[in-house]
Design a protein around this ligand. Structure first.
Ligand code: MEV
Length: 313
């Protein structure tokens, strides 16, 4: 089948502000260039219809069928077709593949939707601004996660470090600071929708404490934003460790996260925290560049299924 178009989108990591961002506070998110999801659109024979195959999820969906294992992505594709004025179904075989773990805290759903929107836009000769791509990817995230803040789609669409607030949207974060991180995947897969809904349910029965903790996380994000902007990162480790304290309190850490956090701190990292939705997923580790390789093998020995280095700026 001839290739009509190809596009890709990066993974993401949240430095601070996950969960609090759902309640209007700021979060800092950075793209992870080494991890990407690709969408390949191949021309199929007449009458084939549109098929989306996700290699990682090991499922195949057909546009227009009532049984749909990828409802958010088929809806996303329909939005692009509508935008191009295509009422029918093109004869396309779409393959999604890449190295971002599904439900692993690195924004795989946003990256898949973004790659799909861009590839479909290309195949239809539709020129779309980042704002338009972002709007469609956010719709996809709503179908997938229920009440997303919009931070994941923003960082994968713009492919730049972003400061994100729900009302103001994304703004580009320019950072002067040099900081080295390591991302460690616990291998425990967790649903963002469940993690966000869990926080909301617990907050309903303990609103006073939860609102205080979420507000504290918002203040930490602001302080990290200032530190990264000015380059004065002397207190960055303390801020990240404090952020983890609040993530624990709101119930989104997990024994597998705590195990990697302990291993990282024991191995000389200055800070370690859950990143993203939590309940497993990703752990973000702040470490000196000289410690990165050794810490990566230490964390892999401790059970991390994948580690990725990340440098700022
Ligand atoms: C998920 O990457 C980040 C959360 O804050 C959810 C969201 O912002 O939509 C947990």
């Amino acid at each position: 089948m001839p290739l009509l178009s190809h596009a890709s989108a990066p993974g993401k990591v949240i430095l601070t502000g996950e969960h609090a961002v759902v309640y209007g506070y700021g979060a800092i998110a950075v793209p992870v260039a080494q991890r990407r999801l690709h969408a390949y659109i191949h021309a199929a024979s007449p009458g084939y219809g549109t098929v989306i195959a996700s290699e990682q999820m090991q499922v195949v969906a057909r546009l227009g069928r009532t049984v749909d294992p990828l409802p958010a992505l088929t809806r996303t594709l329909r939005s692009v077709l509508d935008l191009a004025g295509q009422a029918g179904t093109p004869d396309w075989m779409i393959c999604l593949r890449g190295n971002i773990s599904v439900a692993g805290g690195m924004g795989s759903s946003a990256a898949a939707a973004c790659a799909l929107v861009r590839a479909a836009g290309d195949a239809l000769s539709l020129s779309m601004s980042n704002d338009e791509v972002n709007r469609i990817v956010l719709e996809s995230e709503v179908l997938q996660h229920g009440n997303p803040s919009g931070v994941d789609n923003a960082v994968v669409v713009w492919e730049q470090p972003v400061w994100f607030e729900r009302t103001a949207g994304p703004s580009r974060m320019r950072t002067k600071a040099e900081a080295t991180f390591l991302l460690a995947d616990t291998g425990v897969r967790a649903s963002t929708a469940e993690a966000v809904a869990g926080v909301a349910a617990r907050r309903r029965v303990n609103m006073r404490d939860y609102d205080r903790w979420l507000r504290e996380m918002g203040s930490i994000s602001l302080a990290v934003k200032d530190a990264l902007k000015t380059g004065g990162v002397g207190n960055l480790a303390d801020l990240l460790n404090r952020n983890q304290g609040y993530l624990r309190r709101i119930g989104v850490s997990h024994p597998a996260c705590e195990h990697l956090i302990d291993a990282a701190l024991a191995g000389g990292a200055s800070a370690a925290k859950v990143s993203g939705a939590g309940l497993g997923g990703l752990v973000l580790v702040l470490c000196g560049r000289d410690r990165q390789a050794e810490l990566a093998s230490r964390l892999e020995q401790a059970g991390a299924v994948d580690t990725v280095g990340l440098e700022l700026p």
